[in-house]
Design a protein around this ligand. Sequence first.
Ligand code: UDP
Length: 319
Amino acid sequence: MLALRDAAWPVAVLDNLATGFRFAVPDDVSFYEGDVSDAELVAQIISEQGTRAVMHFAGSVVVPESVADPLKFYANNTAASRALIEAAVKAGVPHFIFSSTAATYGVPEASPVSEDMPKEPINPYGWSKLMTERMLADVAAAHPINYGALRYFNVAGADPQARSGQSTAGATHLIKVAVEAATGKRDRVAIFGTDYDTPDGTGVRDYIHVSDLAAAHVLALEALIAHPERSLTMNCGYGRGFSVTEVLDAVDSVTGARITRTHEPRRPGDPASLVSDPSRIRATLPWQPQYDDLGTIIAHAMAWEHRLAEMRSAKGDNG
Ligand code: UDP
C-alpha cells in the first residue's frame, strides 16, 4: 500500500484487522474494515473507488498452523479468495494480483526452483494458495481479467523509513522471531530441525526484503495494465538461500550480542530448502532489488522492532 501511494497510484485498503493494524494505513488512504469474502462490501468499495485493480494479500500464513487447522486455511485462503475474485469479475475489474507462495512447490525437485517445476505442496497452506492460482487461471480464460500470481519466498525486513513492519503478536517467522530475541522481547530462538540435508543441517530459505517485494507488485500491476491479454506467475525471491544458523549469526553480527538458541525437532510441513530461480521476474519486469542483503533486511527489521517498542511504551502497553 505504501509502495502504491509512493508511486502516486490512488489506493484504498480493505482489512478485517484480524492480524493487521489500523495504524498501518495513513490517514490520506481510504480504509474499510471488513472481510474480503463480504461480496456486498467489496462491490460497494469497487463502485465507490472506481477500482481498476485488486491486490489480494489477505489470508493465513503460518505453515504449521495450516497442518493443525487446515479448514481455517481453506476458508481464509481458498474460499475467501473465490469470493473476492467473483466480486472483481462481477464488477468488471480488469486486473488482479494475488499473494501466492513458494510453498506451492512442496519439496522442489531442484534448487533453485523455477515456476514450471511440479507443484506438489506438502502442507495445507501451499494447497490453499495453489487452488487459488488455479481458480485465477480458469477465470482469466473465461472473463476479461488478467492476473499476477506472485509466489513469495520468505518475506522479511520492514519499510526502510520504519513506517510499517510486522506487528502481529505471537510471531512465528524466523527473522521476526530472531529480532524479537535480539531486542529482549523473547529470551531464545528455537531452531526447528538440525538434521536436514542442507550444508549445516538447518532449513534454508530465500529471504526477500518486503520493500523489494512491494516494488515487484507495483511493476506487476503496470505490466498487467500494459498487456491485458497476458497473466503472470512469478517467483519473488533473490535466488540465494540462508540457513537458520546463518540468519541467527547475521542477527548476532548486527547487534554484537549472541541470541540463545535451542535445538528442537523439525516443524510439521517444513521442507529442507526453498530457494527461488528469479529468472522469470528478471526477464519480465524492470525489477531492480534495492535490499538484497541479509544484514540490511535484519537492520530494517530491528529498526521496526524498536519503533514498535516505542509505540507500545507510548500507549503504556508492555505486551
Ligand atoms: N524456523 C526456526 N525457528 C523459528 C522459526 C522458523 O528454526 O522460530 C525455521 C523454519 O523451520 C524454516 C525457516 O526457519 O526452516 C523459515 O521459517 P519461517 O516460519 O520463517 O517461514 P516459512 O518458510 O515456514 O514460511
